[in-house]
Design a protein. Structure first.
Length: 258
C-alpha cells in the first residue's frame, strides 16, 4: 500500500469545505427540487456544490479525472480520479434532517485510497486515507471489536423497490442484530469508525458513494465489500456490507448467503 500524498489530504479537506459551505447556505431555506430520470430528487444545492468542487479540481490538478453525481465524467481513465457526491441524502436535506453528507473519494488506478464523509451542519468530518488511518475532526479513530451478531448495533435501509427482492435474505441478518437503526445514511459509517455502530447494509449505491465510504471504514480497521464479501473498486456499483470487526463481517456474509 502506497501512502496517499499529504497534499491530496489537504486538498480533499478544501473540497469538503467548499461543498459544505454551499449546503449550509441552502439548508432549511425552503429550496425546491426536481426529479431526475430515476425519480430521485436534485436541488440547486447539489449542482452548485458539485460545480464548485469540479472547479477547484480543474484549477489545482488539471490532469486528474472527475466523476460526479450530477455531471458527466471527465478524464475517467486518469491515474487519479476524484469521485464526488456533493449531497448524499437529498431527501433528508430537503426535510431538514442532518444525516445527509458530502462524500468525496479518490481512486488511484481504480483502487479507492482516500475518502471524506462530511456533515456540514453538525460539523462532523471523517477522513480516511491509505497510510494515514482514519480521523474524525482531526483525531485518529478506530472501529470497536464486535465478533458476534447478537452484540452488534446495525444500520439498515428500509425496504423499497430497489431492495425488495433481497428482503428474504436480509431479514435473518436484521433479526440477529442486538439493535437495529434506520435512516442514518452516510452518517452510519462515521458512527462505525467512531466505535458506536458495528454493521451496516446499504441499498444500491453508485461509485461516487462507495469511493468515500470504503477508505474511511477500511483505514479505521473495518471492512466494506459487496454482499458476497467481494472487494469494491471503481468498477463496482450496487449494495454494500460494512463491519467494524472483520470477524463480524465474515459472520454476516455467511448469514446473507448471496
Amino acid at each position: 500500500m502506497i501512502p496517499v500524498p499529504p497534499e491530496f489530504i489537504t486538498f480533499a479537506n478544501r473540497l469538503a469545505d467548499a461543498d459544505g459551505a454551499i449546503l449550509r447556505r441552502y439548508y432549511r431555506s425552503g429550496i425546491g427540487s426536481e426529479a431526475k430520470p430515476d425519480e430521485s430528487p436534485v436541488t440547486r444545492a447539489d449542482t452548485e456544490a458539485e460545480r464548485a468542487v469540479r472547479d477547484l479540481i480543474e484549477a489545482e490538478f488539471p490532469d486528474h479525472g472527475v466523476h460526479g453525481e450530477e455531471f458527466e465524467t471527465i478524464r475517467g481513465d486518469a491515474e487519479w480520479l476524484w469521485l464526488i457526491d456533493p449531497l448524499d441524502g437529498t431527501k433528508s436535506f430537503l426535510k431538514g434532517k442532518p444525516t445527509f453528507g458530502v462524500l468525496i473519494g479518490l481512486a488511484h488506478r481504480g483502487r479507492y485510497v482516500l475518502g471524506v464523509i462530511d456533515q456540514p451542519i453538525t460539523g462532523d468530518r471523517w477522513l480516511g486515507a491509505d497510510g494515514h488511518g482514519t480521523a474524525h475532526n482531526g483525531r485518529q479513530v478506530r472501529t470497536r471489536p464486535c465478533a458476534d451478531l447478537s452484540e452488534a448495533v446495525m444500520a439498515a435501509v428500509g425496504a423499497d423497490a430497489a431492495t425488495e427482492a433481497d428482503e428474504a435474505k436480509v431479514a435473518p441478518l436484521r433479526r440477529s442484530a442486538r439493535w437495529l437503526m434506520y435512516g442514518l445514511e452516510c452518517f452510519a459509517y462515521g458512527m462505525m469508525v467512531n466505535g458506536k455502530l458495528d454493521l451496516a447494509i446499504e441499498a444500491e449505491l453508485g461509485i461516487d458513494d462507495i469511493a468515500a465510504l470504503e477508505p474511511v471504514v477500511r483505514n479505521a480497521g473495518g471492512v466494506l465489500t459487496d454482499l458476497k464479501g467481494g472487494p469494491v473498486d471503481a468498477s463496482y456499483a450496487g449494495r454494500i456490507l460494512a463491519a467494524g470487526d472483520p470477524r463480524l463481517h465474515e459472520q454476516a456474509v455467511r448469514l446473507l448467503d448471496f
